[in-house]
Design a protein around this ligand. Sequence first.
Ligand SMILES: CSC[C@H]1O[C@H](OP(=O)(O)O)[C@H](O)[C@@H]1O
Length: 369
Amino acid sequence: MVLEAIRYTPGNLEILDQLRLPHESVYIKVRTSEDAYHAIRTMTVRGAPAIAIVAALALAVELTYTETNIESVASARDFILEKLRYLVTSRPTAVNLSDAARKLEKLASETEGSGKAVVDAYINAAEKMLVDDVSDNTSIGENGVAWAEKNFGTEKFSILTICNTGSLATAGYGTALGIIRSVHAKHLLEHAYALETRPYNQGSRLTAYELVHDNIPATLITDSMASVLLKTHPEIRMIVVGADRVARNGDTANKIGTYQLSIVARYHGVKFVVAAPTTSIDMLTASGEDIVIEERKPEELVTMRGPVVDFDGQVNKNEVRTVHIAAPGIGVWNPAFDVAPANLIDAIITEKGVAEKDSNGEFHLAKFF
Ligand SMILES: CSC[C@H]1O[C@H](OP(=O)(O)O)[C@H](O)[C@@H]1O
């Protein structure tokens, strides 16, 4: 079975309900921009590249069936711009969505002839995002292997990662998890370690699901185990993480917990690497100080949802419960991301190549554009 977060054919979009994974694999239809907004907002679908692609394709499907009059160039443009500006508000930190919206808005404003011409151009561009993302991810994997061979030679080594950056965060293969897949395919991977990544548990629910699916040797650990894991496992040579937004100076916003991994990596002499398509690089944002960090509702931290385990130890998928795991009345802080500073990042691996700091400690990401 191929792991697909997104299933698309012209006029039909379905997403894998990631709130039900790993116990249930259920696809739900997305017919409108509003459907996409709520799916992204509730993290039914998540992952920087995936949310951009789902948003763009949802509008493509809506354009196919809308009864709104979009026959003129102006009406089609207005419809597209209104919907894209709405979709961008679903989640603020990942740049992929706003980057895609900016490019699609520009395309719509430059397409002439008729409303149909504008709509067709939009749909073609949205569909191309799906194809390009998989291609970008396999290139990131290849570039990641080449960088690893340059730094670690041909000895097997182990890798630690956080959150989910695989097929469930993208159109397929993944970014950081894509590098783990490629290193494994080259028989260079000793072992993969995945952080559970509280509170949404992208690691224990999604990355573990992908690693088991691909039969990659892997171990799940709690977020608090990262430091002692590096201390006691010298074969771990690399921490690879994804990105929601890479600022112009290389500061990288990623899942909460990434910042402390960059500190722990430096302390233990482990390479800290960001894997991201260039659509995750935001040259308009100077540094991590300028990146808006999404804060999510307290309920997502103080509750957990899942199937009941029967007395005989069997998972009962027909009985899903939500349990409250924190003391009622306690205050909660729930930022979904933090920022790894450029000075603690050893490399940024993209589909176009690898960026490393110069002798002044500066990344030069403009080379990718
Ligand atoms: C392919 S990078 C995905 C990126 O998105 C994740 O965040 P979320 O699960 O909240 O969408 C995480 O930061 C990953 O690194």
